[in-house]
Every structure is written in C-alpha cells, then in structure tokens.
Design a protein around this ligand. Structure first.
Ligand code: GLC
Ligand code: CA
Length: 520
C-alpha cells in the first residue's frame, strides 16, 4: 500500500494487544486489575511479540458501562491508580519500544459528569449546550432514546448508548429549521464540545499517550446517515493532530473504513457489527474457521476488497481476534483451528489486534451475571489466567471480591502452562508474530491480492507483496483435503501447520486443517 501517507511510522509493523484493565492484573489485592499490575506484565506482552497496546477506558467513572461512562476525562479512576501511575505506565511502555493507545469516548459521558449536572439546570450556563437537549420535556429527540424527568431543565436529553449515557452535542448534519433545539455543527455549543475534546486529547498526548482508540467514532454528528458531518468533524481533529501531535495514532470503532479513513483515522476496525461480514469468519452458526468446513468466506472477502478500494488506501483496516464486546474466539473455534485463525489474522494487512487471553485460547465464561453493564459481554471479560497460584495469579483477593468470576474449567489455559508447552497456542502465536516481523510484505502496508475465495468453498488463498518480496498464504480450516487451481507455485514455506501443500500442473492440494505461508 505504497500510497498511504502521513502514517506514524511505528504503525508499519505494529501488532497490538488489547488490555481490559479491570481484568488483567491486580497489584494490590482489591480484586480489580490496575495500572501497576499492567506495568508488571509489560514484559509478558513484549515477549509475546506485541509492540503496541490498546487499553480500555481507565478514567473516573461510576462504571455503569465498565468505564465507557466517563465522569472525569482528566483523571484516572482511583481503582486503577493515579495520573502519576499512568504517566509511569507510558514511560515503562516507551522504555520497551512499545506504544500505548488510550480509549477515547467522545460521544457521551456518564450522567454523573459535572458537565451533565450543570446542563440539567434550568438557568443557562457554560454547559447548557454541551449535550443534545430538546426544548420541552414532552418532545423526544427523534430516533435516539432519551433521559427525561430528572432535571429542572425543561427538555429531554438524547442518549448515545445506554440510558445513563447522555449524548454530547456536536450538532446535527442538517438541523430541522422547525426544531430550534437541533443545533448546527458550527453552532457555539457544538464547537465548544469539539474544542473540549481536543483539550482532552492534548492532555493525555502531552503526558505520553501515543494516540487513541475512539469509541463509537461514527456516532458524533446527529441525523448524519451517510456520516458526512462526522467525517468533517474528524478531519478537523486530524488538522489539530497534524499540527500538534503528528505521531499520535488514531484507530476508530466505526467499521466502515471508507468513511473513517477519509475522516483522517489511520486505522479502522472490522467488527461484529456493521457491513464487513467479519462475523462470517469466527462468530456465526458455521464460521469459516471452524473445522466443520461449512463456512463461507466469500462475502467477507468481497466486502474487504470493496473497503480496500473505496478507502483509496488512505489507512489500515484492522481485524481483531476479538474484543471486550464480542464472544471470545475460543467459544466457536477449537483446537488447532485457533492456530489457523491466528495464521490468518497475522498475515492480513493492517495492524492485528489480539484481545488479552486470546493468545492462550481463554474461554468465554458461560452463565455469568452481568457485571458493570457487560450483560452477554461479561463472559469475554473474565480475569486473565496467569499461573497456578491463587486466582490463577490475577489477584490475591478472596474469590468473592474478584471483579468478575474466574473461569473455573479444569482445562482452562494459563500463561504459565502455555509458555512451558512447546505446542501451545501461545507459542504458535509468538512464532507467527516473529515471522510476520521478519517479512515486510506480511506487515501493515504490504499489498494484498485474493487468489482463491469462492462461495462455500475452501481454502482461502491470498498473496501479500511489497517491493521486496511476495508471500502466498493458504488457509484451510476445514477438516478435509481440498484442491484449487492457482497460478502461483509455492516454494519455501516460512510457516506451516497441518502438513504441506502438493503442487501438480497448476493445481494445489491442501491438507485438512492447514495454514501455510510461502515465499514465492
Ligand atoms: C463501544 C464500546 C462498548 C461500550 C459502547 C458505549 O461499543 O466498545 O464497550 O459499551 O461503545 O460506549
Ligand atoms: Ca487492584
């Protein structure tokens, strides 16, 4: 992807690790993961081969949505530590040649944020226009859900996600002239919100953050179906970053790279929602990566190519192994097929994101009661399993004080057991990352061309290339041998699992449950 410009160079070979801070490592025995705990595990992440981190929100919050309901953007939540601690985290990350993205939640706050409390007051004040309010309690902001009946102010406030997350006001794309309360994107109120967002970014970037993962990045301007107003807003942020923090990296939770990359994001995720067909890979009734071999990768590939073309290669499309909002990879993909899934994730363009514990094949913990607004997501947020000590080394707190119950399946993996086992998923992921890091064509900007991705068929085959090398990737998760005609003749395998390919007259025969990376 030679024509991607203005990317912080470190993204070229970035491999991210997502940390859900409350479940990673508890340093002080209160049952909740914290910043000092994360610092103590940086060497583990580095050893795996990841050189970048995305950490979920760590700011002051009443935790009605696990911290995505911020009550003070400028303060680390006491349960995680202090602003000094996070400064130390940035330093420790940088000492190891790594980078760290914070999670920015620009679309909404908690109802407990002081801005919201001020904006609920009947008298006009600095925060009156900080959120999207109608001017009568009897009028609802159309199509958005609302909070009403709890303020002296006569109005209803739009919500952005849960009903305790009021929507910040960045204006409406085309305000309805009959509805005075719909402000334009260049109204004073909308502009003030955006300036404050920049202040927040400036504050953490100055302290040492390397950029942001941006929550619900496509949701900011209201009644903006095609995203044009929101794209423009992010272009404004891009100008600010180019001027003040050109090395800061931005990745959006948007799921439509043709829009987000136009807005100046460097990277966008393919997600379990949106048009990308990402779920066809790992999370549907018959995932492509299951050994049953009944999946279909063709729609995913079609959309991928469409995005790849439409985004005019302005930035990176990132495919995560999972995240805190979706089922664990290991809920539907089993055994060696997890290794095959990683052979795909780690050979695709863009920066790969590994969700903590996915490198061990951590389970989705079934039947948990919702914790902090997690609901069905709670099972993917259980504490990291480190070793064979109490609470698997996550925390010294009594069991009942743990943030979320640990997985108690007898066969659950731990980092310690997997590091010791040569054939473990952990060691395979580590090997895959190190091979990716030695072959530039496999990294973020290498080109991709799909060679075989037919409807309801296996395998998946694609070519990665740059000006130095060409690498053919062949992936067959199905438990049966398959053949396909291929114009390329694979030579030296730099990675393989499940045997080897045979080539005969332009037809490649691929063993069952196989993945291979070949230098051409
Ligand atoms: C994003 C987050 C999710 C959160 C929601 C509201 O989707 O990833 O965890 O609940 O936004 O902020
Ligand atoms: Ca703690």
């Amino acid at each position: 992807m030679a024509n991607i410009t203005n990317q912080p160079e470190w993204l070229d070979n970035a491999v991210f690790y997502e940390i859900y801070p409350q479940s990673f490592c508890d340093s002080n025995g209160d049952g909740i993961g914290d910043i000092n705990g994360i610092i103590s595990k940086l060497d583990y992440i580095k050893e795996l081969g990841c050189n970048a981190i995305w950490m979920n929100p760590c700011f002051a919050s009443p935790f009605g949505d696990a911290g995505y309901d911020v009550s003070d953007y400028y303060a680390v939540a006491p349960r995680y530590g202090t602003n000094e601690d996070i400064k130390r985290l940035f330093d420790e990350v940088h000492k190891r040649d790594m980078h760290l993205l914070l999670d920015l939640v620009p679309g909404h706050t908690s109802v407990e944020h002081k801005w919201f409390k001020e904006s609920m007051k009947a008298e006009r004040n600095e925060y009156t226009d900080r959120y999207v309010w109608t001017d009568s309690i009897w009028e609802e902001p159309q199509g958005m859900g609302c909070i009403r009946g709890i303020s002296d102010r006569d109005g209803s406030c739009a919500v952005n996600f849960f009903s305790h997350q009021p929507a910040l006001n960045y204006g409406f794309y085309k305000p309805d002239p009959d509805k005075k309360w719909q402000q334009s994107t260049d109204s004073e109120g909308a502009k003030a919100t955006l300036e404050e967002l920049k202040n927040i970014m400036r504050f953490w970037l100055k302290m040492g953050a390397d950029g942001f993962r941006v929550d619900m990045a496509g949701s900011l301007v209201k009644h903006d179906e095609e995203g044009k107003g929101t794209i423009k807003l992010w272009q404004n942020v891009r100008e600010f970053l180019d001027k003040e923090f050109p090395l800061a990296a931005m990745v959006s939770e948007w799921g439509e790279p043709d829009k987000s990359l136009q807005g100046g994001f460097h990277m966008d995720f393919l997600l379990h929602f949106g048009p990308s067909h990402y779920n066809d890979l790992f999370r549907c009734e018959e995932p492509f990566f299951s050994s049953r071999g009944k999946g279909d990768v063709s729609e995913f590939v079609k959309k991928y190519i469409e995005n790849y073309e439409k985004s005019e290669r302005k930035g990176l499309i990132c495919i995560p192994s999972g995240n805190h909002d979706m089922d664990r990879l290991a809920r539907s993909i089993k055994g060696d097929n997890l290794k095959i899934a990683f052979a795909f994730l780690l050979s695709m363009p863009g920066a790969p994101f590994i969700y903590y514990g996915d490198e061990l094949g951590m389970n989705y913990v079934e039947n948990l009661v919702s914790v902090e607004g997690g609901y069905g997501r709670t099972g993917s947020r259980s504490p990291m399993q480190w070793d064979d000590s109490v609470n698997d080394g996550f925390s010294s707190a009594p069991k009942e004080k743990l943030y979320i119950k640990m997985d108690d399946n007898a066969d659950r993996p731990t980092a310690k057991s997997q590091i010791a086992d040569e054939c473990s998923l952990y060691n395979e992921v580590r090997k895959l990352i190190s091979i990716r890091q030695k072959n530039s064509a496999l990294q973020s900007k290498g080109e991709i061309e799909f060679v075989f991705a037919e409807k309801n068929e296996y395998p998946l085959c694609y070519l990665r290339s740059d000006d130095k090398q060409k690498i053919l990737v062949v992936i067959n998760p199905a438990d049966k041998e398959v053949s396909f005609s291929c114009g390329y003749a694979p030579k030296e395998a730099i990675y393989s699992i499940g045997g080897d390919i045979t080539a005969d007259n332009g037809v490649l025969t691929v063993p069952p449950c196989f993945a291979g990376w070949y230098i051409l």
